[in-house]
Ligand binder design. Sequence first.
Ligand code: PLP
Length: 435
Amino acid sequence: MSADDAVATDPVEWKLLPKTAAVGEDGHLRVGDIDLLDLAAEFGTPLFVYDEYHLRQACRAAVAAWGDGVAYAAKAFLCRAMARLAFEEGMHLDVASGGELHVALSAGVPPAKLILHGNNKSEEELATALECGIGRIVVDSFDEIARLGRLLETLPARSERPAVLVRVTPGVEAHTHEFVRTGGEDSKFGFSVASGAAAQAVAALELLPSVELVGVHAHIGSQVFDVSSFEQAAEVLGRFFAPLGLPELVVGGGLGVPYVNGESAPTQVEWADATRAACARMGVDPSVRISAEPGRSIVAAAGITLYTVGTVKRLLGIRTYVSVDGGMSDNPRPVLYGSGYEAFLPRVVRASRPEPIRLVGKHCESGDLVVPQAFVPADLQVGDVVATPVTGAYGYSMASNYNKVPRPAVVFVADGSARVVVRRETLEDLTRLDS
Ligand code: PLP
C-alpha cells in the first residue's frame, strides 16, 4: 500500500507496532504479553515501552544481513540495558561521545566492540578511548589526526596500535531532511572524496606510525528510504576505497523506518545486498569486511510512548487540541524535523479514528507538537492513555528537562513481565546539579 492509499481514519497499521503486539479479549493493546494500560497504571506516564523481543530480532536481522562487525548506533537510544542487549545479540556499538562511551563501558560491553565517532572529539575523549583499548576510532579531521599523534606520544606504549578508519563524505545527497543529511560536500563531517582531502587524510594516517589505518567510513544521512541513495554512495566509496587495499569499509547507518500508515522501507538485507553489489561493481575485494551502523532501524518500531490526556480544547471552526503530560521534552523530532506520527488509544487499538485533532505537549511553546495532525476515536476523553508508536529512536536519547519536566521512565517488556531500565526522574533529580 502506498501513502496515498492510506485512509487517515483507519486504525494504526499493525506493522507500525512492536513485533509482539496483540489485542487482548478486552480490545486493549498488549505488548510483550502485557496490557499497555496496566503499564501506564503501574509506572505512570509519560512512559517509554520497548518490546524486548522486537529489539533482539532487529539486532539479529542486522547481524544476519551484514555479518560480523555491524554496529548498533547507540545515539538512537542508549542505556545500559540497551547496550548489553545489542552486544548479547552480536552487535558492536557505535558511540559518538565520551558520554556514550562511558555508558557502553559501564554496561560491560568489551572495549574491542566499540567504535568511537565524532567530528570534535576532545583530547580527554580520545585518551579514554585509547586507554580502554577501544576497537576502532573513526577519524574526522586533520586536527584530530594531529591530536591523536600527540596523545599517542604521551600515553604508555601498547602492544597493539589503535585501529582507525577515515570518515569520508562521498558527495551524495540522501533524499532526507537536511538536518540529517551528512554525506554531501557541504558538511561538518569527515573528509571530502571529491576535493582530495580524503586521500590526504589516508596519506597522513599511513605516515602516523602509532596507529593502524584499517578502513574507510561514511554515513550519508538518516531516515533514507531509497536504496539507490545507498547504492550511489557505495559506488563513490567503493571507487575511492578499492585501490587502498584496506580490509574494512563501513557505510554508516541511515536505513529509514515507516512512521505513519502507508509508509514502507527497505529491509536490512535489501540495504546490505545493494551496498555489497555496488562495492563489487567498483572492484572492492570480496575479502573486505563491509559493515554498517544501523540505529533507528533497530529501535524505532520497538518503542511506544504512553501519555495521559489532560485537556481537550475544541476551538470551533479551527481545530481540537488534545494536551498530554509530555511533549517536546520526550520527543523533539516533530519540532526539529517536522516529523509525523500516528496516535491511537491502546484501550481500542482496532477502532477507527474519525476525529482529527492536534496532539500537543505541556510545554510553554506553541511549537510543542506531539502529532501535528492526528486522528483518534471520537470518544477520546480526559484521562485516556494515548499512545504514539515508532518512538523508540531519537526520542528518549534527545529528551530534555525543558520547563523542568522530569524525563519519563523506560521499561522493557517481555513474556508477561516489565522491567524498568531507566527510572523516571524525580523532582529531586531536577536540582541535583544545582549548587
Ligand atoms: N552512524 C553515524 C556515523 C551516524 O551519524 C548515524 C546517525 O546520525 C548513524 C550511524 C545511525 O543512523 P540511523 O539511526 O539513521 O540508522
